[in-house]
Design a protein around this ligand. Structure first.
Ligand code: ME8
Length: 654
């Protein structure tokens, strides 16, 4: 049986649309999933949405809809975006799924049974924004950050999870298995939280139910309480796990939610998996470690300048900005520019510069030059290399090292350095071409073997590039793969089976342009162009008023509501439509000069206003018994006067 690899992203709240941060985490997970498939592993990749809790309840209330309606409306934004980004998640979990709810209730009951969950009264401070109780020390930290206004005093009955009982095991987990939370400086933050100042006994029990909200999973047997949103959310990884894939090898999180994943989450799991006789004050059993997530990998934030992106600051980069130049371009940029663990500030200009330098110039140019030369000088047939001089030898050595070095960095989840290394090699190949001058070699038959070598080395390096970058850029790498004359799907290749020097299976194809150079200035101009000026209302020409009439004269006009039940164009007439109009008390034929504005089929079923006592008159040989009312603009374009829906045929209009 092949090795199994279970990877997860956080499940995202449905009170907001996805932004570059969510996109980054999920794209990184996809790259890891694809990478592990190419390592021959059986992969299960999970993402989804977090749909319960106070934030969702409030956002929905503000919009006058139910939380479920809000979730149903927002969830597809995530699901559709992941499709557009080419993501290969195996499942999309929603915490409102019945199956998830059942698992939460079952696990809650289990922990009540073992005494890991108990009921008590909480009195203290509560952070509305974090949906969590806070200690005095935490309150001071929040106050220092200017967030004190989000704290409220609270006294309520609550179910608690005995987090304090797991402190010993947690500390051992971090000490003995430092790969549990990466990078290491993030693990240090976790250690400090669990044992501030190195002292034990600081972890407090965690409240895991709420009575103040209703939008959540009811506590089994006590439905005044709903399960705390983090107990509900974290357990998605368990409820949506595919049989045989437990535990997750890599769980991706932003640094903002590391504490929940590296403290609460393993403690919940320890409580669920521990057996009689395993001493919480003794050594952490290896059996337990093996059932916990392999690594919680915490990445930093994408910032705008120095600031965190937020709706209130209006500085959010939306995924559409990233998708502007194709999903692979966005994927490449996110992976290349973010060093896992650190924050990174985003600039649209930097984004375009990166794409031009690396995809249009770097890889794009090298590929089209190299493949064109194989076509021009060798009719597309890839020659075999012989080593001639030191330069060839160096290129060959570097080329062979490329895949193992790239894969070793990828193994450490360090795609930024892996891609950096690969692109450094591509630049080095540009230099190789300049030094070897294949266009000069081609002029003299005596240099045939040397030219073969240059062309072959370029081919091999590009083929290695296509396969290595397939998880990051599935579409571009496939284009390159096909241009090199390679059969099948590059994403279905296995790294282990890849041989740098394997002969080319056939001739190269026409080089397909990989990435169009972006005209930075014009894109920026377009983005900064002021929105189209509002169209000035057209000056209306008002017809002069007619002479006054007295009421009696007006009252002579009998206006009625009519219903058009049939309509057809009058042949040979530019303007006339013949209608059958139901006036309630009788049906009439009425002609109207409205053909330029209405098609006959638009009129049937429409209510109109008719001058019902007008002398009948023949038009184009047809008797018209009445006239319909329409307003008209300066060009005489008619707009039919419409009575309200409740007015019935025959009603008098006055
Ligand atoms: O926290 N840069 O959901 P959420 C990088 N539902 N990544 C960012 C980011 C930024 N500026 N902003 C957000 C939740 N993220 C909970 C999780 S899991 C059991 C429950 C990413 O919608 C990052 O991965 O607020 C972060 O952890 C996640 O979005 C938070 O998404």
């Amino acid at each position: 049986m092949s090795k199994r690899f279970y990877i997860t992203t956080p499940i995202y709240y449905v009170n907001d649309k996805p932004h570059i941060g969510h996109t980054y985490t999920t794209v990184l997970a996809d790259v890891l999933a694809r990478h592990h498939r190419m390592m021959g592993e059986e992969v299960y990749f999970l993402t989804g949405t977090d749909e319960h809790g106070q934030k969702i309840e409030k956002t929905a209330a503000a919009r006058g809809i139910t939380p479920q309606q809000l979730a149903d409306e927002v969830m597809p934004n995530f699901e559709n975006l992941w499709k557009r980004m080419g993501l290969t998640n195996d499942y999309f979990v929603r915490t409102t799924h019945a199956q998830h709810k059942a698992v939460i209730q079952e696990r809650f009951k289990q922990l009540l049974g073992t005494g890991d969950i108990y009921k008590a009264t909480y009195k203290g401070l509560y952070s509305v924004s974090d949906e969590a109780y806070v200690t005095e020390t935490q309150a001071k930290e929040l106050q220092a950050q200017g967030l004190a206004h989000q704290l409220v005093e609270l006294e309520e009955e609550s179910y608690f999870f005995k987090l304090s009982a797991y402190e010993n095991w947690l500390i051992q987990l971090y000490e003995k298995y430092p790969e549990f939370a990466l990078p290491d400086f993030r693990l240090n933050e976790v250690k400090q939280f669990v044992a501030p100042g190195g002292e034990r006994g600081n972890l407090q029990d965690l409240s895991i139910s709420r009575t103040s909200i209703t939008w959540g999973i009811p506590v089994p047997g006590d439905d005044k309480h709903v399960v705390y949103v983090w107990f509900d959310a974290l357990l998605n990884y368990l409820s949506a796990c595919k049989d045989g894939f437990w535990p997750p090898q890599v769980q991706l999180v932003g640094k903002d939610i590391l504490r929940f994943h590296a403290v609460y989450w393993p403690a919940f799991l320890m409580a669920m998996f521990r057996q009689e006789g395993e001493d919480l004050n003794g050594e952490l059993p290896a059996r337990i470690r093996a059932l916990l997530p392999g690594t919680i990998l915490a990445h930093g934030w994408w910032l705008m300048g120095e600031d965190k992106m937020s709706k209130s600051k209006g500085n959010i980069v939306r995924p559409d900005d990233l998708l502007r130049f194709g999903s692979d371009a966005g994927r490449y940029f996110l992976l290349r520019d973010m060093q896992i663990g650190y924050d990174r500030s985003f600039s649209f200009e930097g984004f375009m510069e990166r794409l031009n330098a690396d995809l249009a110039n770097g890889l794009g140019n090298l590929a089209s030059r190299s493949i064109s030369m194989i076509q021009r000088y060798r009719a597309g047939v890839v020659p075999t290399a012989e080593i001639f001089d030191d330069l060839d030898k160096e290129v060959e050595e570097q080329g062979r090292k490329l895949a193992p070095e790239y894969l070793a960095l990828a193994e450490k989840h360090d795609f930024s350095d892996a891609l950096d290394k690969l692109w450094a090699y591509l630049r080095y190949l540009d230099g190789y071409i300049v030094k070897a001058e294949p266009w000069k070699l081609a002029k003299d038959e005596a240099n045939k073997a040397k030219l073969d070598t240059v062309l072959c080395q370029l081919y091999r390096s590009l083929r290695a590039t296509a396969i290595l970058t397939a998880p990051v850029m599935p579409e571009l790498s496939q284009l390159l793969w096909e241009s090199l004359g390679m059969p099948g799907k590059v994403g279905e290749q296995r790294f282990a089976a890849f041989q740098y020097e394997a002969p080319a299976p056939g001739p190269v194809a026409d080089p397909k342009p990989l990435f169009q150079r972006i005209d930075k200035e014009s894109v920026l101009n377009e983005m900064n162009a002021p929105a189209a000026a509002p169209v000035a209302p057209k000056a209306v020409e008002y017809a002069p008023l007619k002479e006054n009439i007295d009421y009696d004269t007006f009252a002579k006009t009998d206006l009625r509501v009519g219903l058009v039940i049939d309509a057809e164009a009058v042949p040979k007439s530019k303007k006339l439509i013949k209608m059958t109009v139901d006036l309630g008390f009788e049906k009439r034929t009425i002609l109207g000069g409205i053909k330029e504005a209405y098609a006959p089929e638009q009129l049937v079923g429409r209510k109109i206003v008719v001058v019902a006592n007008l002398e009948p008159r023949a038009l184009m040989g047809i008797q018209s018994h009445g006239m319909l009312l329409a307003a008209s603009d300066a060009n005489n374009m008619p707009f039919l006067i419409a009575p309200p829906a409740e007015a019935e045929p025959g009603f008098i209009v006055k």
